[in-house]
Design a protein around this ligand. Structure first.
Ligand SMILES: [Zn+2]
Length: 375
């Protein structure tokens, strides 16, 4: 239950969510997120219900399974889904390219939507493709996804460039020049520091949490959080369970290792003709799924622990919301974007002033958009 005070504050605020993967629904599953969809963590009715009125929609051509020569095409498929959504629901949502657009669209009582690109591999090493993405509306790009690309090291990729290559630095400066925010979520620490030392505009981390609370390699340590502060940027806290809670992350990792060992052993022991290997594998998968289901999920309040930590380290001007809806597993109680007002209520409960809550909900990000999206 949300108090009247929290509700009034929340629903009168600019609420910016800096990362969702919800375009995956129309792009890969032909599911229309203009209407309520049970399986979606975010759709237009749910955004209205949760007062989440400014949404960054990511275009993500997964390098795990999309061949390199199809990456640009798939990225454009996502952009097409975005523009189709805008065209189909003009009374409800509108594309924004600047912070002023967001203010104008809000005055009409509509949702504002902004395109963004997840993973620098999507430009296929070509600045003209980067500029065309910007032309279609993309206003930030994560320099990498987890993988290392042709010019930047990703957090789980092979260390190849020891950060950004010379071309990678050119990409950062070109993004600065055309008004596309440099996003350091997903990059390796070496790339993070190269980006910080190269950029002439504030950077963002669109969906990363605090490593001091949960040691996922996707999270930022305190030194990085302070560097984003010194650069004038903003970090959108990610709600993903394995980025929020350390015990849960470790439990998931250890169950995954155990499962792989069981599968390996079953394959080794399997004698052709004696039994059906596929059945044995399915049984093992099931057993470990059940085992993992017993590990209790983190609670939604833990998202606010990450906000608190970042505020303590860097001050209230550099923290925002970067849910990762439809790209992540949500904590208990934060099942979809209708639950976001709970965060406002919890911040008030923890003693934040109305002004500070508004900064965290969206004003901080509006400041960075004003500084980094202009030309
Ligand atoms: Zn991501």
């Amino acid at each position: 239950m949300i108090s009247e005070k929290a509700s009034d504050l929340h629903f009168s605020s600019v609420v910016v969510d800096t990362h969702s993967d919800s375009l995956v629904w129309p792009t890969r599953h032909s599911v229309d997120i203009g209407v309520r969809q049970q399986q979606a963590q975010l759709d237009l009715p749910k955004m209205n219900e949760g007062g989440q009125n400014v949404q960054f929609f990511a275009c993500f051509a997964s390098p795990s399974w999309i061949p390199k020569k199809k990456v640009v095409q798939v990225t454009l498929d996502y952009m097409d889904s975005f523009h189709t959504l805008m065209a189909n629901y003009p009374g409800h949502i509108e594309q924004a390219s600047t912070a002023d657009d967001v203010r104008r669209i809000r005055d009409f009582g509509k949702l504002a939507a902004i395109l963004c690109v997840e993973g620098g591999h999507s430009i296929d090493g070509d600045l003209s493709i980067l500029r065309m993405y910007h032309h279609l509306g993309a206003r930030y790009m994560t320099l990498t996804w987890n993988n290392t690309n042709g010019w930047a090291d990703g957090v789980l990729g092979e260390p190849t460039h020891l950060g950004l290559s010379n071309f990678g630095k050119e990409v950062v400066l070109e993004m600065n020049r055309i008004g596309m925010l440099v996003d350091i979520s997903h990059v390796a620490p070496s790339t993070f520091w190269d980006a910080i030392n190269t950029t002439r505009k504030p950077v963002i981390a669109s969906h990363s949490s605090a490593k001091a609370i949960c040691a996922s390699p996707r999270n930022l340590d305190d030194e990085q959080i302070r560097a984003v502060r010194d650069n004038g940027g903003v970090i959108g806290v990610n709600y993903e369970v394995t980025f929020v809670n350390e015990a849960y992350r470790l439990a998931k990792d250890s169950v995954a290792v155990e499962k792989q060992e069981s599968l390996k052993k079953a394959r080794k022991d399997f004698k052709s003709g004696s039994e059906d290997l596929l059945n044995v594998e399915t049984e093992i998968e099931k057993k470990f799924e059940e085992k993992f289901a017993e590990v209790s999920k983190p609670k939604w309040e833990e998202i606010v622990d990450h906000i608190d930590h970042m505020v303590t380290v860097a001050g209230v001007e550099h923290v925002g919301l970067g849910s990762d809806f439809d790209g992540a597993t949500m904590p208990e109680g934060m099942e979809d974007c209708t639950k976001v007002p709970l965060i406002t209520q919890e911040l008030l409960k923890r003693g934040y002033t109305d002004g500070d809550v508004r900064k965290i909900l969206g004003e901080n990000f509006m400041r960075v958009m004003d500084a980094g999206m202009g030309i």
